[in-house]
Design a protein around this ligand. Structure first.
Ligand SMILES: NC(=O)C1=CN([C@@H]2O[C@H](COP(=O)(O)OP(=O)(O)OC[C@H]3O[C@@H](n4cnc5c(N)ncnc54)[C@H](O)[C@@H]3O)[C@@H](O)[C@H]2O)C=CC1
Ligand SMILES: O=C(O)C1=N[C@H](C(=O)O)C[C@H](O)C1
Length: 266
């Protein structure tokens, strides 16, 4: 199998470290370089706790894309940085695989247009865990029969974006099949602002942030005398790695932007 040459952005992050191990252990993956906020000019192998890969670290993303021959950028950074890296990678004809969350609809549209014009594959996956992708698909199935739905997502307290990318994606998938309706009592009033959560097309999204949590989501459907709960828990970040591997492999044969792993799993 031909090697897939990868640039990883965010190698010292929680996801980045997990991804480095995946790349190190996958025979047909090769780390060409990493983009980090510090350690520019050093090798990944020289950083304590990182695998023994002799790939250079760049602090300047554009310089990295200019100097390094790579097939794929894997971005696991922060919402703002992820957006910049994705655009830059496209400029240098490197296929972005983006786990970083926080892209809005307009940004996704613009990136999709750019990818299509250039004929370059992009995968933006709000959640790489196969179980989470199934949870979203099952929720979409259920919403056809249960239009009253609320989403509760729970994450570790270091998360920068709220609601989570997964919660937004779930609400989007549900919106495609759910008859729009106003939920709750028509005269409902919040006596404490935010008590009822965020609203996405009439659906409520509640975000919990606590130390000890990793990534969890419940989709609650209410009907006559019954409640259906669909729940997924990522207990460790290794849960995301089979999806990351699949996305890196699949993006090689794409020439458009794909948003969500559900569009590439068979
Ligand atoms: N799609 C998915 O399945 C998953 C997505 N995520 C998302 O991935 C992103 C990273 O998550 P974590 O690893 O938990 O966060 P983290 O905070 O542990 O790691 C982020 C890393 O990005 C680095 N970084 C920040 N600015 C940078 C820059 N300019 N250049 C290079 N690196 C930079 C930081 O130094 C840090 O090491 C978040 O947006 C999170 O929501 C997290 C888990 C799963
Ligand atoms: O920040 C995280 O941790 C996660 N972010 C993604 C999201 O926003 O949905 C995926 C997963 O939930 C973990």
């Amino acid at each position: 199998m031909e090697k897939i040459r990868i640039i990883l952005a965010g190698p010292r992050g929680k996801m980045g470290m997990e991804a480095l191990n995946l790349i190190y252990q996958t025979e047909h993956f090769e780390l060409q370089a990493a983009i980090d906020r510090k350690n520019g000019g050093k090798l990944i192998s020289s950083i304590e706790g990182l695998p023994p890969i002799d790939a250079p670290i760049y602090e300047d993303a554009e310089q990295c894309f200019k100097e390094i021959d790579a097939d794929v950028l894997l971005d696991l950074t922060t919402p703002e940085v992820g957006r910049i890296h994705t655009e830059l990678a496209l400029k240098y004809n490197i296929r972005p695989v983006v786990g970083t969350t926080g892209f809005n609809e307009q940004e996704l549209k613009e990136l999709a247009k750019e990818a299509e014009e250039k004929g370059i594959g992009v995968i933006i996956a709000p959640n790489f865990a196969i179980g989470a992708v199934l949870m979203m698909k099952f929720a979409q199935m259920a919403a056809k029969y249960f239009p009253d739905v609320e989403i509760i997502e729970q994450h570790h307290d270091q998360k920068l974006d709220a609601p989570s990318g997964t919660a937004i994606k779930t609400a989007e998938l549900i919106s495609r099949v759910r008859q729009e309706k106003q939920q709750g009592h028509p005269n409902e009033k919040e006596t404490l602002q935010g008590a009822r959560g965020a609203i996405f097309n009439g659906m409520r999204i509640h975000s919990v942030r606590l130390p000890g949590l990793v990534a969890h989501q419940e989709v609650l459907f209410g009907g006559n005398g019954q409640i259906l709960t669909i729940r997924h828990d990522s207990l460790h970040r290794s849960s995301f790695m089979s999806g990351v591997k699949l996305a890196i492999e699949k993006v090689m044969n794409l020439n458009v932007l794909v948003y969500g792993l559900e569009n590439i799993i068979e």
